[in-house]
Design a protein. Structure first.
Length: 247
């Protein structure tokens, strides 16, 4: 489709055996003036946008640590699906969302990632992983198919305060909380915003995609985000598969 100048909206993640494949895809999109866009709808969660704005404002100061958890209870559904319960399992499914979120909030995820634990508690493929990276900020991520109530959390800790997200709109209520550090110590004042609404992300992202297409963004579309995410996912999958005692 790209070679015919047709815009393409792809479900996440784009997985390729090596970077060469994605470089060629990126070059094709530029040459044909077509948009090749990968959908990561959580970027359009209201509180994810609010977190991005909070980070960029500098109100938290230097960010020390970002910890994220993403869990759902679909282990049995995945196990019953021949095409889903294989390979790295939960890693490309939920892990790609967390990696993309870190890229969205911090603009880069340059430090090497390490798998801390990898388990196949119920499934043939991995259904629970913990991984992260040292850097500024340090990233700690946990993903699982064994959280019987679907849930998401994000906790950011900085020199001047912290910011927190509890749940997604589709699993609401979804709450964003910002706390201001008290020196030398003490209970921080906090502001909280809670949303009770349907998931807005799919419609908003589709409108974003249409604007890209109308603006002829394919010429500038390099798929750089997808190339980086593909590299990290491949390395994490390799580590999980070769981790002693993974099972």
């Amino acid at each position: 489709m790209l070679k015919n100048g047709k815009h393409v909206l792809v479900e996440k993640p784009i997985i390729a055996p090596d970077r060469v494949v994605l470089d060629r895809l990126s070059a094709l999109a530029r040459r044909c003036g077509a948009v090749c866009y990968t959908a990561y709808n959580h970027r359009f969660e209201p509180h994810f946008i609010r977190m991005k704005e909070t980070i960029d404002s500098g109100v938290l100061g230097r960010i020390y640590l970002c910890r994220m958890f993403y869990g759902n209870g679909t282990a049995r559904d995945v196990r019953s699906s021949p095409w889903r319960d294989h390979g790295a399992g939960v890693l490309p499914d939920l892990g790609s969302h967390l990696l993309d979120t870190a890229l969205f909030w911090f603009d880069a995820i340059d430090q090497p990632f390490l798998v801390w634990s990898a388990h196949r508690f119920e499934n043939r493929a991995f259904d629970h992983l913990a991984f992260g990276t040292q850097g500024t900020p340090t990233l700690e991520m946990e993903i699982t198919l064994l959280s019987w109530r679907n849930h998401f959390t994000a906790d950011l800790y900085g020199e001047h305060g912290s910011a927190h997200i509890g749940s997604l709109c589709k699993w609401g209520p979804s709450t964003f909380t910002r706390r201001t550090r008290v020196l030398p110590s003490g209970r921080p004042p906090e502001e909280a915003i809670t949303l009770v609404q349907p998931d807005p992300t799919w419609a908003v992202e589709y409108q974003h995609f249409r604007r890209l297409c109308e603006g002829g963004a394919g010429v500038a579309n390099t798929l750089a985000k997808d190339i980086r995410l593909n590299e990290v996912l491949a390395e994490l999958a390799r580590q999980a598969a070769t981790r002693p005692g993974a099972g």
